[in-house]
Design a protein around this ligand. Structure first.
Ligand SMILES: Nc1ncnc2c1ncn2[C@@H]1O[C@H](COP(=O)(O)OP(=O)(O)OP(=O)(O)O)[C@@H](O)[C@H]1O
Ligand SMILES: [Mg+2]
Length: 214
């Protein structure tokens, strides 16, 4: 049985793209393939003109650390570390010297957490933790940010804050966001919506301009 079949689309730099569809339709599988956490048995995935399906394991790890950022439904912060330390973690993993603690603080300011930098991650609320996870997902300046139900675990008001934040980050930093969500109405206008049904790209809707109202 194939989790995905006959899925074809392209995404431009800086776009906000939603992947929607019912449970079990193949959304996470698709996102994990774009994120090189899973590889297709057939077909190709090009990112920045690189055919990622030809990369070896080392190249995949390095590509993922340098070009991709991940945000998941549960923030998965390390509870013993501070908010700031959690955001700095991917830098250390990637051996990235180009980004500094100052950048981490700037990102945490952008997500409205400048007064929580040194709080332990288990002492903040769910919505704050998800904002930390967004800052962490952006610290390596990824070309593409992949988010799997980033608001799935949040109340409606906090969800809207997180959505607006991701949309404004996409615009401000010209980063591409690919977001799996059950929550299309919270997103308002986006550049593209891909509906997955039974593992196939059932519908790809493109919108000419994304209006930002934040
Ligand atoms: N690596 C894999 N190989 C084959 N089948 C898989 C693989 N991963 C998941 N599946 C199956 O593919 C289907 C799609 O799973 P997936 O997790 O992508 O769904 P989803 O759309 O993200 O669902 P949900 O909204 O519940 O998270 C499911 O039937 C699942 O059991
Ligand atoms: Mg899923």
């Amino acid at each position: 049985m194939k989790a995905l079949d006959d899925v074809s689309f392209s995404i431009e730099k800086g776009q906000v793209v939603l992947i929607v569809g019912s449970s079990g339709s193949g959304k996470s599988t698709l996102l994990n393939m774009i994120g090189l956490l899973d590889s297709p048995t057939n077909g190709n995935i090009f990112i920045d003109d690189i055919n990622t399906t030809t990369l070896n394991d080392n190249e995949i790890s390095s590509f993922r650390n340098k070009k991709l950022g991940f945000i998941f439904q549960f923030s998965n912060l390390l509870s013993d570390l501070s908010v700031l330390e959690n955001v700095l973690l991917p830098l250390q993993i990637a051996g990235n010297d180009l980004t500094s603690e100052e950048d981490a603080i700037d990102l945490l300011k952008a997500v409205g957490l400048e007064d929580q930098l040194h709080k332990r991650a288990n002492k903040i609320s769910g919505g704050q933790a998800q904002r930390v996870a967004i800052a962490r997902g952006l610290i390596n300046k990824p070309s593409i940010v992949l988010a799997d139900e980033p608001t799935g675990n949040l109340d409606s008001v906090t969800s809207q804050l997180i959505v607006d934040l991701m949309k404004s980050m996409a615009k401000k930093l010209n980063q591409t966001f690919v977001i799996v969500t059950h929550d299309r109405q919270h997103f308002g206008n986006v550049d593209k919506v891909i509906t997955i049904k039974d593992g196939k790209a059932f519908q790809v809707e493109e919108f000419s301009t994304m209006e930002i109202t934040v």
